[in-house]
Design a protein. Structure first.
Length: 366
């Protein structure tokens, strides 16, 4: 075989391997996957007054209920380093921004997405693809420039996206053939996610989960999630004992940037089931976070609003309608929590220390 023929075959099969996943995405993906969340942001950027960043616990923020025009740049498994970098990129696009909201769940100050994956991060390209192009791109460090190029231009996450779409398509087909209720009867304690073709909402991929976890499943699911998260954070701390200080310094730097524009950084703890927040291992991590959070809240434009027990009496004791799994809120939960959070933000008050049990407080009534 001649050398030129080898090169031609290599180019042909290389192009084939690249084109097939792209063709798959165009042919079978639900329409909402073609919607660019960054484009959604650019349509509203000049009116945005609140941004949420950080982990999947930012899904607790429902902007209409909060009372502010907003958009989310949070990521599943998002960490503080990624969130602070995104904040730098989006600030020039938001002239009316007043609040940046970030969850500080138990142990979150010790979370690092690369460390969680053993030094690699398979989702990092997708995370930065969900970020506006930095206006000061030429002045960024070379590593950040390469990351944005990979995320926005080269799109190395194509194969990952194709894999995810294949799984979503198969799952949707099963639900259509069997019926969602029949599938849930087979595994009643499985979290009931939205259908694969459900639209994005305020920057959140696939929107807010509508269906609550069955009440009898909530304590077990919450305890399992707490054990997993505590184990993950403790493993990260073994590899990097200074991670809390590093993340705190990143947030202090962000607070300084925000102060220059009179923007407030709201650190919030969303509602959790008792079996999650009351976990002994997570509680120990939360106690270790406190000195660092205290240092953050010494800044005049940083506030901590802790609502971890807002639904305490409604999740583990009464009928659950606020939690979609062991540590995330349904749409109903996000709406009720955001009303409470928005009231505290506007009144400049701390959360009520006792549980609201869902709908007893005036500002939680629909």
């Amino acid at each position: 075989m001649r050398f030129s023929e080898i090169i031609c075959r290599f180019l042909f099969w290389g192009a084939f391997v690249l084109i097939v996943p792209v063709a798959f995405i165009w042919l079978v993906s639900p329409a909402h996957f073609a919607t660019d969340r960054v484009d959604q942001f650019h349509h509203v950027a000049d009116r945005v007054t609140a941004i949420s960043l950080g982990s999947s616990h930012s899904r607790a923020i429902h902007f209409p209920s909060l009372g502010y025009n907003g958009h989310s740049f949070a990521d599943d498994r998002g960490d503080i380093r990624t969130a602070v970098t995104k904040a730098r990129y989006l600030l020039p696009y938001t002239p009316d921004l007043k609040y940046v909201l970030m969850p500080v769940s138990p142990g979150y100050l010790a979370f690092d997405r690369k460390e969680a994956f053993g030094g690699t991060d398979p989702d990092l390209n997708a995370a930065f693809a969900n970020a506006p192009w930095p206006t000061d791109f030429r002045n960024l460090p070379l590593g950040e420039q390469l990351q944005m190029v990979r995320s926005h231009i080269v799109t190395l996450e194509t194969f990952e996206t194709a894999n995810r779409l294949a799984r979503e398509t198969i799952k949707s087909s099963i639900f259509r053939l069997m019926g969602k209720n029949r599938e849930m009867l087979r595994n009643p304690c499985r979290a009931r996610t939205n259908p694969a073709d459900f639209p994005d909402e305020f920057g959140l991929r696939n929107g807010y989960t509508r269906d609550p976890l069955p009440t009898r499943c909530l304590p077990v699911s919450a305890a399992a999630d707490a054990a997993f998260h505590a184990s993950q954070i403790n493993a990260i701390l073994k590899r990097d004992k200074n991670i809390r200080a590093e993340n705190t310094n990143l947030l202090l730097d962000l607070a300084g940037r925000l102060a220059e524009r009179k923007i407030e950084l709201i650190l919030f703890t969303p509602p959790f089931p008792d079996a999650y927040y009351g976990s002994e291992r997570l509680g120990a991590l939360s106690d270790d976070d406190k000195p660092y959070i205290k240092k953050l809240t010494e800044r005049p434009n940083v506030r901590l609003l802790d609502f971890h027990d807002l639904f305490s009496a409604s999740g583990d004791a009464g009928a659950n309608r606020f939690f979609s799994d062991g540590n995330h809120l349904t749409l109903s939960g996000a709406q009720s929590f955001s009303k409470a959070l928005g009231k505290s933000m506007r009144d400049n008050t701390d959360p009520v220390s006792t549980s609201m049990a869902g709908a007893d407080a005036e500002f939680l009534r629909e």
